[in-house]
Design a protein. Structure first.
Ligand code: 5AD
Ligand code: SF4
Length: 508
């Protein structure tokens, strides 16, 4: 028997995973599926069962009541958005709402949006049109959250008058208050304040990944990359106090989580606002020391704040995962300057040399934008040679997408769409070859894998290494979900490894 707890939306382009080399990021980011995430009831109640015990009270006496108001959240975008939705779900559970697994069944329908590229933003109004009839016919309450909410603001009410709530992420801390206004009949309720130094913390977070707990340590962004909407939609940087972070990690460890992922748009510029004044490395080491925590990941790092100390800390601390996601965006110093990335090609390469020189075999992933205004063939070639030099294990490559309120919108020499597509295809193929060669070298290696998937049809298991590589493997054992196992690699593919469990080599 299983219990569907809450609509879970898996971001197929999670920049933390070794997904396929992007086939044109614009499309892929908007192809996020919304599906029910089915957690076995036993895993919530049976301490021996796979995965952690319930991280939070998932069913209160109120939300167990089927007459309670129901909610559904549909999420697009990055891991930060996915985790924001988990926290928003926590706010609703606290207020007695009941989660349902289909938009059609919900009294309160929330749509958490992404505007990083144009197509993602366009989708929002198409999707809101889908909700129009339901809103009118069934008196559903519709709310728009996230980056498009912040960017478009009250304009959303003009284009979709059936929407009752528009709230950007900097105002989520006011959500209980805003929801109360909607409950008492408010029809154009907004939370669009950018001017806040508080972070969004909730008593309850409805966590949907049973094996990896996400935790935001810093919100917003103080950089001003010329192509990027994030500083406009998520506001300035606000770090969360270290004692509050550590307390949450301890609660997660008590609930059975062994893997934690720290989140932030620029996670490594973390600055503890409390008198301890910890920097990012201080925090990393403290989280890694918490009993029960076996893996600590973080994303996304900004090259400007990426220090040698981070590499040294990971080298010296097995619980810190040896995977770095370090977006470069371009291999051309000229384009990096136009992008206002604050570093040159050589400085990026220097940081990569620290990673290559580490004792542990780190994996590296990066983001690249092709077709930025004025990008010449020589600039593009510089990006290709940079990929050859850094030998990364995954590249998330996107065609440049002009965004409102960004400096690059007005830049001359736009690259035609077909040319952007051509460059993207070349880059993806080049990177595919790099990954094929890198993964082939791992045949014969042994990895510890945290098992998170069982492919029942072919009786194969899958999970992640500390370096975030996907490993598919076979074994004669059963009930492996949530277990750490040792796997011997026998074959490789561009985006994953294949192997067999080392019998008698169980890690726990
Ligand atoms: N066009 C294309 N890609 C973009 N990104 C951010 N803004 C844009 C844009 N306007 C990409 C960057 C970033 C990733 C999350 O999205 O590569 O690292
Ligand atoms: Fe956007 Fe640049 Fe901030 Fe990243 S560092 S969120 S790309 S402005």
């Amino acid at each position: 028997m299983s219990l569907i707890l809450y609509a879970y939306n898996r971001n197929k382009r999670n920049p933390l995973s070794f997904g396929p080399v992007s086939t044109g990021g614009v499309l892929e980011l908007t192809q996020i599926v919304s599906r029910a995430f089915d957690i076995g009831l036993s895993s919530l109640t049976d301490p021996q069962a796979a995965g952690p015990r319930a991280a939070v009270p998932t069913q209160t006496s109120e939300n167990r009541n089927s007459s309670a108001r129901s909610f559904y959240i549909e999420t697009f975008g990055c891991q930060m958005n996915v985790h924001d939705s988990e926290k928003v779900a926590g706010v609703l559970l606290e207020r007695g709402y009941r989660p349902v697994d289909a938009a059609a069944d919900a009294d309160f329908l929330l749509y958490n949006t992404c505007s990083i590229r144009e197509k993602a933003a366009q989708k929002v109004f198409q999707r809101l049109n889908d909700f129009k009839f339901a809103a009118k016919a069934n008196q559903k309450v519709i709310g728009v959250l996230g980056c498009v909410a912040q960017q478009e603001g009250e304009e959303i009410f003009e284009r979709a008058p059936w929407v009752s709530l528009v709230c950007g992420s900097p105002s989520y801390r006011n959500l209980p208050n805003l929801i109360e206004q909607v409950e008492s009949g408010g029809r154009r309720v907004t939370g669009l304040d950018l001017d806040t130094d508080e972070t969004f913390e909730t008593e309850i977070t409805r966590r949907d990944n049973p094996f990896r707990a996400y935790l935001t340590i810093i919100e917003g962004c103080d950089y001003s990359c010329s192509y990027c909407v994030v500083p406009h939609t998520r506001g300035p940087e606000r770090s969360r106090a270290s004692d509050s972070i550590l307390a949450e990690v301890r609660r997660l460890a008590d609930a059975g989580y062994t893997e934690i992922q720290l989140l932030g748009q620029t996670v490594n510029s973390y600055r503890d606002p409390s008198p301890r004044k910890w920097n990012f490395v201080d925090l990393l080491l403290a989280v890694a020391e918490i009993e029960g925590i076996r893996r600590v990941r973080f994303t996304t790092s900004h090259p400007n704040d990426f220090t040698r100390e981070i590499v040294e800390a990971i080298d010296a601390t097995p619980a810190l995962c040896d995977h770095i996601h370090l977006p470069v965006q371009s291999g051309s110093t000229r384009i990096l300057r136009e992008m206002r990335r604050t570093y040159a090609r050589e400085q990026y390469l220097e940081k990569i040399s620290w990673i290559h020189g580490a004792r542990r075999q780190f994996s590296l992933t990066t983001d690249v934008i092709v077709g930025f205004p004025g990008e010449t063939e020589a600039d593009f070639e510089a990006t290709l040679t940079l990929l050859d030099a850094i030998q990364s294990d995954g590249v998330f490559a996107f065609k440049y997408s002009p965004r409102p309120n960004t400096p690059s919108l007005a830049m001359p020499d736009a690259i035609p769409e077909e040319e952007k597509s051509r460059r993207l295809a070349i880059l993806n193929e080049r990177q595919r070859q790099i990954q094929i060669a890198r993964n082939e070298k791992l045949i014969g290696a042994r990895f510890e894998v945290l098992v998170d998937t069982h492919h029942t049809a072919r009786n194969q298991w899958a999970g992640r290494t500390t370096s975030n590589r996907i490993v598919n493997f076979s074994t004669s054992r059963e009930n492996l979900l949530g277990q750490y196992v040792q796997v011997h690699i026998t074959r490789s593919a561009p985006n994953s490894l294949i192997g067999e469990e080392v019998q008698g080599g169980e890690a726990q």
